[in-house]
Write a new protein. Structure first.
Length: 163
């Protein structure tokens, strides 16, 4: 398991394909996601997955995280510079190995989450950024997580494994 890290930046997009907006805080709601984000609640409005009224919400859509170190690495190694939030992940982190949180519970700010799976890049991300981003972020595109207990998340908050 990895040590603790920190929340560096927070982003949400209110609807599919909308520009990611930086926030100074966000409310994480168990089983629903981040209040105000395109994937919040029962009806999905993002581009990655579809589910409708009465269908069970799939795991892994409450919260997405990416390491700032990974963003810096793709710039250094592949010359791909992403503007803030252009990675389409909700939370940028520092000093925490997100891949190691798959299958584990962790605290982020006041919220308790569980790492569901890696957040591999998709062709939509490459379409809206630049060629090569899909390959550059493979296996370091971050983490998809489920919110288990409500809480606020703010830049500077600690991210720590619980098991």
């Amino acid at each position: 398991m990895t040590g603790s890290g920190t929340v560096e930046r927070i982003f949400i997009a209110p609807e599919a394909e909308a520009e990611m907006r930086e926030r100074t805080d966000v409310e994480a709601v168990a089983g629903k996601g981040l209040r105000g984000d395109r994937y919040f609640g029962e009806i999905e409005t993002g581009t990655f997955v579809e589910w409708g009224p009465g269908e069970e919400r799939p795991d892994g859509y409450d919260l997405t995280l990416i390491e700032q170190e990974a963003v810096a690495a793709i710039e250094r190694e592949a010359g791909i510079e992403l503007a803030p939030g252009e990675h389409r992940r909700n939370v940028e982190t520092r000093d925490v190995a997100l891949n190691h949180l798959v299958g584990h519970r962790f605290r982020i700010g006041d919220a308790i989450c569980r790492g569901d799976r890696l957040c591999e890049p998709c062709s939509h991300l490459q379409r809206i950024t630049q060629d090569g981003v899909l390959q550059a972020l493979t296996h370091r595109g971050g983490l998809r997580a489920d919110v288990l207990e409500d809480g606020m998340i703010r830049p500077g908050d600690v991210i720590e494994p619980l098991e």
